[in-house]
Write a protein that binds this ligand. Structure first.
Ligand SMILES: [Zn+2]
Length: 277
């Protein structure tokens, strides 16, 4: 499943190719993805100009010149293929929606499992919309720091790992990045969330920001291929420090611990029991 850094990289790729471009043609090859497409979907989009490509959590927000926002979520397996607009090409079986822009760029939404979605929301209503109103703080936003994080965790009786995955607190920290951030901050994933305060919260907030930022920076190198229409959107090839490394020696200098895998809330957690406390 694409996580925040992958979605942010897609956002940057889209922005570089279609910001300011006008939609010439939309082909919706089915009436729904995870949810139905809005009524008259294609008709409402044709002629609109994309003023901005933004992101909220893992949603891409294409701000259109009539004040509406085209919301796109990639779900579990969705990808956006960006490249020169195609004409007279038979679409692939899972290429459900295709856009053509007046700068000759095209965007194809492909999703074989159809957990993704596309919808239109009036710009002024976006924060109150059912998809968005419960969402927590953006970890890469200007106001996210240890103090804010500590406040969000105060009173939480769940382990910190589970609290980080809860999108009502902080958005976009998925399973892999939660494991990596906790490792970097030296905090056990089993620690009660409400005990992550003060200096610990400062360390964790900084670790979340740096883990995500580094992943986005790594994504930049694959952005070129992406824009050239290979469209591959998977996890970036990172050297994860704990994720998937059960039994290996801890990467922290001077720590002889071995990475352990446990299951929390049905998700695998990887951590070093020696230096994460
Ligand atoms: Zn260790």
């Amino acid at each position: 499943m694409p996580e925040l850094p992958e979605v942010e990289t897609v956002r940057r790729g889209l922005e570089s190719q279609i910001r300011g471009a006008r939609i010439l043609r939309v082909e919706a090859r089915r009436p729904d993805l995870r949810i139905p497409l809005p009524p008259r979907f294609a008709l409402r989009l044709v002629g609109r100009r994309v003023e901005e490509v933004a992101r909220r959590a893992k949603y891409l927000l294409l701000h259109l010149d009539d004040g509406e926002i085209l919301v796109i979520h990639l779900g579990m397996s969705g990808r956006l293929i960006v490249g020169p607009a195609r004409r007279n090409v038979a679409p692939g079986k899972h290429e459900h929606v295709e856009f053509e822009f007046d700068n000759r760029q095209g965007v194809v939404f492909e999703d074989h499992r159809r957990f993704g979605l596309m919808t239109l929301v009036p710009g002024a209503e976006i924060d109150r919309h059912a998809l968005f109103r419960h969402l927590g703080i953006e970890p890469l936003g200007p106001t996210f720091d240890g103090m804010v994080l500590a406040r969000l965790l105060a009173g939480a009786r769940t382990p910190i790992k589970a609290a980080l995955l809860d999108q009502r607190r902080v958005v976009g920290v998925g399973n892999i990045y939660a494991c990596e951030a906790l490792f970097r901050a030296g905090i056990s994933p089993r620690r009660l969330a409400r005990t992550v305060a003060a200096v610990r919260a400062d360390r964790l907030a900084a670790a979340i920001r740096s883990v995500l930022s580094e992943a986005i920076a790594a994504g930049g190198s694959s952005l070129r291929d992406y824009v050239q229409a290979s469209g591959e959107l998977g996890y970036f090839q990172h050297a994860w420090k704990v994720y998937g490394r059960e039994g290996e020696t801890c990467a922290h200098a001077g720590c002889a611990g071995r990475i352990r895998r446990i299951v929390q809330a049905n998700r695998s957690t990887f951590y070093c029991p020696r230096c994460q406390t």
